[in-house]
Design a protein around this ligand. Structure first.
Ligand code: DTR
Length: 335
């Protein structure tokens, strides 16, 4: 009898240990390149909290903002090789690598991040781009429309002559067409470049006025309504396949919700960040004339033709993809 009790006791202990280890679950690492206060990292923390809640803690996410695990340019490779399980990439930092999804970075006058992010998500579902075949895409979103933030006043387009401005993707070409000197670099290198005077400003969305305190140095903001930048959150494929089907379902369900959450967050936040910059640093905000906005649009036109040529070269139906994007944009703008 004693022996039986001892044996059942041991069995009970084993059962307890087994169920604890099942509950203890999995931890996934998530790398991001810009500093923690910026919106790609804010959405990362939001996603982490949501995932941990929806899986009752069975799946834990360990986040690494500020390039502490992977930087802007080695993010794609780092996730593919498993240095991080998950990573956030800005596709504009990889010229030529994402021929389909770079359509979202074209100058087609997105005015809302929520709309741009929904459009991007739908394009993803429809085309399942080949360029992401080696990773699992967890969610997608865009930055807000881009504007000039500079240390010298850009009151009119002629003030751009020779001005070194940091940007990336399609905006670099538009800037050069307008007479400025576009300098390509990831956001994570921009604070130092500004500090050292390598650039006299940047072109991006207004969130960074506050999050990276650019308003302190960039006293002048010129509303230019330049393109949004696409972001994709990717996961190592083998790691994804190792997750239980239930967990995969939970993450897939969160995908579109996350895109919308981020879009809404950023639309609201860019307005607040600009108001904050006005209040704290009394920044000046300039708008341009209609003729100047028309000139910006004109500079953008060749980019659409160039994107089409690249997309066709990559074997894509460029006309259909562009038409689909514009139709989705129109649909969500009137929703
Ligand atoms: N405009 C893109 C994207 C962007 C906008 N805000 C942030 C903050 C942190 C990283 C990237 C971005 C860019 O300038 O890279």
């Amino acid at each position: 009898m004693r022996k039986f009790v001892r044996l059942t006791g041991a069995g009970f202990l084993l059962a307890c240990l087994m169920s604890v280890s099942a509950l203890a679950g999995t931890t996934l690492t998530y790398a991001n390149f810009p500093p923690a206060p910026t919106f790609p990292c804010v959405q990362m923390e939001q996603w982490k909290a949501e995932v941990e809640k929806r899986t009752n803690g069975a799946l834990a996410i360990q986040t690494f903002p500020g390039s502490t695990l992977l930087g802007a340019k080695n993010m794609l490779r780092g996730v593919q090789t498993g240095q991080a399980d998950i990573g956030c990439i800005s596709t504009s930092y990889y010229p030529g690598v994402f021929p389909l999804i770079s359509v979202v970075n074209l100058p087609v006058a997105f005015t809302s991040t929520e709309v741009a992010s929904k459009v991007m998500w739908d394009l993803f579902q429809k085309y399942q781009p080949d360029e992401f075949k080696n990773v699992k895409v967890l969610t997608v979103f865009t930055s807000a429309p881009s504007h000039i933030m500079s240390t010298v006043a850009v009151k009119q387009l002629s003030d751009l002559k020779g001005l070194e401005l940091r940007a990336s993707g399609s905006i670099l070409k538009i800037l050069n067409g307008l007479g400025a000197q576009g300098v390509g670099m990831p956001m994570s290198q921009t604070p130092e470049a500004l500090q050292k005077g390598i650039v006299k400003g940047l072109v991006s969305s207004y969130d960074v006025l506050k999050d990276l305190n650019f308003a302190e140095q960039c006293q002048y903001e010129t509303v230019t309504n330049l393109p949004v930048y696409p972001f994709v959150v990717i996961m190592n494929k083998a790691r994804w396949e190792s997750l239980p089907a239930e967990t995969q379902k939970t993450l897939d369900k969160l995908s579109r919700e996350q895109a919308i959450w981020t879009g809404q967050y950023l639309d609201d936040y860019t307005t607040k960040a600009l108001a904050w910059a006005k209040g704290k640093y009394q920044v000046d905000v300039f708008t341009l004339t209609d003729a100047e906005y028309a000139e910006i649009r004109k500079q953008g036109e060749p980019l659409i033709a160039a994107w089409k040529a690249d997309a066709i070269e990559a074997g894509l139906d460029a006309e259909a993809i562009l038409a689909e994007m514009l139709a989705l944009k129109a649909k969500y703008e009137t929703d």
